[in-house]
Design a protein around this ligand. Structure first.
Ligand code: TYD
Length: 204
């Protein structure tokens, strides 16, 4: 069954698109589950708290990467693989590309090592489609203004810029897997573009 990940900088609106798409698939009578990283499992919820809290000791970049990867390994093992085997569509709010963008580019960790760790954590499970919601860091920041920033969101504009650039580079290198959508479009337009593209790519 199809496995689709949704990616983007914080405030890009990926979660709303994912939700709208889920409602549509459910309306078609298809078995679909939504999930997320970090925090898609019970263990992951504890790891998410460690990763995103603004109090307490902050993990150093290497520890941060390893915690995201631990969350991912558990997520793949306990949630994603079993559900795919049962015939569910999986829509995941973030997956392995987040580590390449945030820890690889944002934290400047060796990208080859991140690629290796991603492959280890996922045991090679790659999404059929990765939807990248792209917008400028300024727009994303404005959209986040109404809620309190977590530890990652509190990073400087330059950090988020590096994350955005890396996402666009990843998408350029893997055009077959990535679908880049302009997050400035309305939720309805975004949903329609996604639906059309999923049909064009014969996923639906
Ligand atoms: P997210 O759940 O999208 O944030 P929110 O619920 O506030 O919309 O993502 C949590 C944060 O974790 C986000 O800043 C991106 C970051 N992140 C990484 O840095 N590396 C990763 O591998 C993942 C999965 C997320």
């Amino acid at each position: 069954m199809p496995f689709i990940s949704f990616e983007g900088i914080d405030g890009s609106g990926k979660s709303s698109l994912l939700e709208n798409f889920k409602i549509h698939l459910k309306g078609l009578g298809l078995p679909v589950e939504t999930t997320k990283e970090p925090g898609g499992t019970q263990l992951g919820k504890d790891l998410r708290n460690i990763l995103l809290r603004t109090n307490g000791e902050a993990p150093c970049p290497r520890a941060e990467l390893l915690i995201y990867e631990a969350d991912r390994a558990q997520h793949v093992e306990v949630i994603i693989k079993p559900l795919l085997q049962k015939g569910f569509w999986i829509l995941s709010d973030r997956y392995a590309d987040s580590s390449l963008a945030f820890q690889g580019a944002g934290r400047k960790l060796d990208k080859e090592k991140v690629v290796w760790l991603n492959s280890f954590a996922t045991s090679g499970l790659v999404p059929d489609l990765t939807v990248l919601l792209d917008c400028t860091v300024e727009v994303a920041e404005t959209r986040r203004a109404s809620r309190e920033d977590d530890r990652m969101e509190s990073e400087k504009l330059e950090f988020h810029q590096m994350v955005r650039d890396e996402y666009l580079t990843l998408a350029k290198h893997e055009p077959k897997r990535f679908l880049v959508l302009d997050a400035m479009k309305t939720p309805k337009q975004l949903f329609e573009e996604l639906l059309q593209e999923v049909k064009n790519r014969k996923i639906l």
